[in-house]
Ligand binder design. Structure first.
Ligand code: ZN
Length: 282
């Protein structure tokens, strides 16, 4: 329990996770779709397995703190027996799920192990891995579709197989496999200016590092490589990226590369842009 002197929480938004089973999936799907149709919220994937800390199948609804008073009572009235787990986003995932939880319906035991303190960083004398970006080919695409996100990231990104399929129909999309030495560790998808028709306008559509390989600085070096690859194409005016507004880890990561937030797009994603006018070469 916090002491009476604990300061008020700084809440950036909320998640409502609708829990269901094989028997109630249709009901849960309809509830989430109705919520998404009615409120300005981002509906995540309908997971037909337990993901992250959630003990049941679930679907995430993410919304701004200002909508709490409309959405939570509505969910409680409409859930018709489904359990809904609501938690704030304060930047402390362990406390958000453990200490600030709000249950609509019967509470369920969460698996909080992923939020416990991170493993220690690799020893400083370890040889740095060599990060390269390579084409997606017949030989590596299956391994790419097997790469996995950390469970709590799965609501934020489309799957790699979806991304590869998307690129196969769109000549303006480029796929890249990320390698650390000779190990496949991640995947990227970006759009060249042909996609928007605006000269010099690039955007990164997907960027993921396999769960097993996160935390060692691979993502940072991979993004450096990707930005260098794009800049090498010459005439680059800007590089855009978008992410779920509540994804504070993504926000901090991209801000550290000079991406500046521009606002929420039609699909509810935050758009951030890195201006490259002065760097256009070749
Ligand atoms: Zn959540």
């Amino acid at each position: 329990m916090p002491s009476p002197a604990a300061p008020p929480l700084s809440i950036q938004g909320y998640h409502a996770h609708v829990y269901f089973s094989a028997d109630t999936i249709a009901q849960a799907r309809a509830l989430c779709a109705a919520a998404a149709g009615r409120f300005a919220l981002a509906m995540g994937r309908v997971h037909e397995r337990p993901v992250g800390p959630h003990p049941d199948w679930s679907c995430q609804l993410a919304f701004g703190a200002a909508l709490f008073g409309e959405i939570v009572p509505w969910l409680n009235a409409e859930r018709a027996g489904l359990t809904v787990f609501v938690h704030p986003l304060t930047g402390d995932e362990l406390a958000d799920h453990r200490d600030h939880a709000i249950w609509l319906g019967r509470s369920r035991p969460l698996d909080l192990s992923a939020f416990l303190p991170p493993r220690p960083p690799s020893p400083p004398d370890a040889r740095p891995l060599h990060i390269t970006l390579r084409p997606v080919t017949r030989d590596n695409f299956e391994a790419i579709t097997d790469l996995e996100l950390l469970p709590h990231q799965e609501d934020y990104l489309a799957s790699n197989s979806y991304s590869i399929a998307q690129a196969s129909f769109n000549p303006h999309l480029q796929t890249r496999a990320v390698y650390a030495d000779e190990t496949l560790v991640g995947f990227m998808l970006y759009a060249t200016p042909g996609e928007t028709g605006v000269p010099g306008d690039y955007s990164i559509w997907r960027f993921m590092v396999d769960a097993q390989h996160q935390g060692g600085g691979i993502g940072r070096r991979a993004l450096e490589r990707l930005i260098a690859e794009i800049l090498a194409q010459g005439g680059v005016r800007q590089i855009g990226i978008s992410y779920v507004p509540d994804n504070t880890a993504a926000r901090r990561f991209y801000a550290s590369f000079g991406f500046v937030e521009r606002g929420i797009d039609d699909s509810g994603e935050m758009v951030a842009v890195r201006a490259c006018g002065g760097e256009a070469g070749g």
